[in-house]
Design a protein around this ligand. Structure first.
Ligand SMILES: C[S@@+](CC[C@H](N)C(=O)[O-])C[C@H]1O[C@@H](n2cnc3c(N)ncnc32)[C@H](O)[C@@H]1O
Length: 205
C-alpha cells in the first residue's frame, strides 16, 4: 500500500474497489473491498486459516469482530450464527464496506459496524473473533487485548489468528502471563489459531 496504512482512520486516497470471494459457513460471499483497507486484493491468508479452522457459532449470540476491515469475518459470523455482530475498526472506509457487504447479503440486521468508542461499555460478547493488527506494534495489540478480552461473557471464547513470523508464540505467552487460558487450536500455513478463555471457567467445567 502507498505511504498510507490500512489502519488509517480516514484513508484519503482514491477508492479503488475490488471484489474478494470468501467461502465460510457453507456459503460463498462476494465481498466488496477497496484500496485503503487491509488485504483488499484477496482474502488474507491468516483470515482464511481462521475461518477454516475455528468453529463458527451456530446459535445467535453477541459477537465481536475486532479489527474487521471490509468484513470477511463479520459476514461469516453473522451468516453462521445470526444474532448480532459488532464489527469494529478504526478505519472509516472499512466500516462503510462492512455495512455495504452486510446489506448485500441480507445481513444488515445482524451487523453493527462502528469505531471502538461507539460500542456501548456495557456490551459483552459471547465470542470475539480477530485477525488483530499485529503490524501496528506490540503495545497497541496488548492494549487491544487488555481492552476487549475482559468483555467476554461468561463461558465466552476469543478466536485469534496470528502469523508465527509476526510473533504468535510471544503473544500467546503474554496472554498466559496476563492470566488467560490460551489453547493453540490449530496451526496452518505459518499461522496459529488460538482459543482464549478465562481459566477458572475451564476448571469449573
Ligand atoms: C489484520 S487486519 C484484519 C482485517 C479483517 N478482519 C480481515 O480479516 O481482512 C486488522 C484490522 O485492525 C484494524 N485496527 C487497527 N487498529 C485498531 C484498533 N485500535 N481498534 C480496532 N481495529 C483496529 C485495522 O484498521 C485493520 O482493518
Amino acid at each position: 500500500m502507498s505511504a498510507e496504512h490500512y489502519f488509517s482512520a480516514d484513508p484519503k486516497g482514491v477508492e479503488r474497489r475490488r471484489y474478494v470471494n470468501v467461502s465460510a459457513a457453507g456459503r460463498q460471499f462476494r465481498l466488496v473491498a477497496s484500496s485503503g483497507v487491509f488485504s483488499a486484493d484477496r482474502l488474507d491468508p491468516g483470515t482464511a486459516v481462521l475461518l477454516r479452522k475455528a468453529p463458527l457459532p451456530t446459535t445467535p449470540g453477541t459477537y465481536l469482530d475486532l479489527g474487521c476491515g471490509y468484513g470477511p469475518i463479520a459476514t461469516a459470523l453473522a451468516a453462521a450464527g445470526g444474532g448480532l455482530v459488532h464489527a469494529v475498526d478504526v478505519n472509516a472506509r472499512a466500516l462503510d464496506l462492512v455495512r455495504e457487504n452486510a446489506a448485500a447479503h441480507s445481513l444488515a440486521d445482524h451487523v453493527i459496524a462502528s469505531t471502538p468508542e461507539e460500542v456501548p461499555d456495557s456490551t459483552t460478547f459471547d465470542q470475539i473473533w480477530s485477525n488483530p493488527p499485529i503490524r501496528v506494534g506490540k503495545a497497541v495489540v496488548h492494549e487491544l487485548m487488555d481492552t476487549w478480552l475482559p468483555r467476554l461473557a461468561e463461558g465466552g471464547v476469543a478466536w485469534l489468528v496470528v502469523a508465527k513470523f509476526l510473533g504468535a508464540d510471544s503473544l500467546q505467552e503474554w496472554l498466559i502471563e496476563r492470566g488467560w487460558d490460551v489453547e493453540r487450536h490449530a496451526s496452518q500455513k505459518g499461522y496459529r489459531v488460538f482459543a482464549v478463555r478465562r481459566p477458572e471457567e475451564e476448571d469449573a467445567a
